[in-house]
Design a protein. Sequence first.
Length: 261
Amino acid sequence: MSTETLQTIKRLTIIATVFVLLGFIVWSVNKRESSLSEGLEIEVEPLANGRNLLTIGDIQKIIQRSFVYNLTEEKVPLGKLKVGEIEKILEAEPFVLDAEVYVDNQNQLYVHVTQRTPILRVIDKDNQTYYMDKTGRQMPMSDHSTARVLVATGEIPAYTPDFQEPRKKHFLKKMFDLTEYIRSDEFLNPMIEQIYVNQFEEFTLIPKVGRQKIIFGKYEDVEDKFNRLELFYAEGMSREGWQKYKTINLKYRKQVVCEKR
C-alpha cells in the first residue's frame, strides 16, 4: 500500500472520528435537554442583620409567574429551563442584587439570591416611602421585614434614578453622600438615627441618645463640621451631660453654637 493511500486512510479515519464525536455530543445534549427536572432548591442569602426582605416563596412566585412552571411540583424538560433568562428576571426585581441559577448533575435546579442592602429609608415631601441601597438604587418597602437603617424625612424631592449624575446636581446626591459619610464613620454611625431636611435644603441630624438636635446646615464643609461635633461631644458633653442642650449648631465656621433647654 502506497504512502499516499495510507495518508488518505488516516485523514478519513480522523474525519470519521470527529463526526462520531460530534454526533455523540449532539445526542448527549439532546438527551440532557429532554430529561426532566427533579425539583427546585432556593437559597436567599440573609442580610448582615440576619433579616430577609424577600423570601423563598417570593422567588418561587416570580419564577412561576414568568415561566408558568411550578418547579416544586412539576417536572419540566431541562431544555425549557432557560437558566440565563431566570437570572435576568430575578435580577430585575428591586430586592435582588445578584442571582445565580444552575442545574446540577441530578437535574435539580438551584437558585441562589443575594439581596440588595438598604442603607437609608426615605419619606419624601409627597409622603412616598422607600429604601435606598448602597448603590443609590430605589427599593420598595418589604412585606416581610423592616430594615433598621437611617431614616430621612422632610422636604425631600421625588426620587429620580439618575440623581447621581454630576451634571444633574440633584439634592438627593447630597443626601445620599451625607448618609454614606455617616455610615462610614465609627463615631457617627452608631450615634445618628435620623436626617431631617428643611425647605432650604439644610440638614438636621437626630441622635439616638439625648433629646438634642444637631443643626448641620447645608451639605458643605462636611469633614470640618463633624470634627467639631466629635470634639464637642468628647469635651463639652462629658462635662455638661446629654440633656442640657436643645440644639447643637454646626452651621457657623469654626464654632459650635448650643441652645440650652
